[in-house]
Design a protein around this ligand. Structure first.
Ligand SMILES: [Zn+2]
Length: 152
């Protein structure tokens, strides 16, 4: 049984919205788009290793906290970058220019951010399995209620 070495590390897999179990299959059906529904459509299970992408009812309910935390982290990064590159002063409006820039930046990033939040979320519950080719994913059918899937 040869150990399968993933091409991707944890972060490139999570940020690239890949299945956390095999780090190969894509979690989402379509490329990033500003059309909300199309953007958020997920593969029911990983097309490569069969890992279900929704492992219990309402699984992704907590992702708004993730996207909030990532937004805050990004804002801190752009503020620091702005401070280093452009500078900040109480004597002019540079801080408010940053505020505007940051708001536009975060809005432009929303489609990606919402997907990455889900990708990060599932990566905290499903761990990487180097032997995903021979092992089976954990059976989650008892935790799922098909009537309530995608219905929250
Ligand atoms: Zn997979």
């Amino acid at each position: 049984m040869a150990e399968h070495k993933a091409d991707r590390g944890y972060f490139s897999s999570a940020l690239g919205c890949r299945c956390p179990r095999c780090r190969e299959g894509k979690l989402f059906r379509n490329p990033v788009t500003i059309r909300f529904k199309k953007n958020m459509q997920m593969n029911r299970e990983c097309p490569v290793c069969g890992q279900p992408t929704e492992i219990e009812v309402g699984f992704y309910y907590g992702t708004s906290y993730v996207s909030y935390a990532v937004s805050v982290a990004l804002s801190v990064s752009t503020l620091v970058a702005w401070w280093v590159i452009i500078g900040l002063s109480v004597d002019d409006n540079r801080f408010f220019y940053w505020l505007t820039f940051n708001a536009v930046f975060l809005i432009a990033l929303q489609p990606w951010l919402m997907r990455v939040s889900r990708s990060l979320w599932i990566s905290w519950f499903v761990s990487y399995d180097p032997d995903w080719e021979t092992n089976h994913p954990v059976d989650v059918s008892e935790r799922m209620n098909p009537d309530q899937a995608n219905n929250w």
